[in-house]
Write a protein that binds this ligand. Sequence first.
Ligand code: FPP
Length: 260
Amino acid sequence: MSTLYAEKSFTLQQHSEQRLPVHGTSSRSSPLHVAIIMDGNGRWAQRRGQPRSAGHAAGAGNVRRLVRAAVELGVSTLTLYAFSSDNWQRPAHEVHALMRLMAEFLRVDTPDCVREGIRIAAIGRRDRLAPHLRAAIEAAEAATAEGTKLHLRIAVDYSSREAIYRAACRFYKATRVDHASFEEILGEVSHAPACNVDLLIRTGGEQRLSDFLLWEAAYAELYFSPLMWPEFNAEDLAAALEDFHARDRRYGALPGAVAS
Ligand code: FPP
């Protein structure tokens, strides 16, 4: 083992010990990061004899409703999985429909988000997005930067594995090699600081993570709903939060050892 590698692994080990989460966030007053895998748009549409793109349009409408519901329910950060890097493999017309819906959401909803104190950010790669979508993201981020009610993070061209890999490549060359600096680099490659997820919801009846927030969700509580995304409403989000608040989060410690 090279000296460099030995030094790095020792430092990382020390820091991973220090960085175990130290707060149980089941308390209703704590900041709450909810992440959602919005699955089931296509099936929702197909069951109605409609094209998949109609399901995505209904899904975008539901994003608008659920963002407001999240504010009402006291969520402080909401990360939505809108387009994974693997979604590029879908037919061009579906990719196009999704990109158009995202650009429209950013263009139409940004003024309301400014008024309502909702700060918008996109996480994921930007270099493969169409220039008009990149511009819409940058404009929405700049206009809503002062928002403090809800941090709305939209994952676009996002792959958690790829982000971790890219961060690891940069970290290898970094001069500071501690846990905090790795997370900083991960934030840089994802265009948003890494931020621990408290509750990860997936709609659509499947039970997998699909390359979403693998680092940030290390201690997330998981909640799977059989509902398709367009039909998952504010009451369903409230029910997921009720379920979350009833859970005992121990982060690997013994009961009573985790400060809240
Ligand atoms: C997965 O359902 C959903 C997506 C790949 C896209 C999610 C996008 C939106 C909800 C709308 C656009 C987003 C914003 C932020 C305005 P699926 O199509 O894979 O569903 P299926 O499993 O039923 O086929």
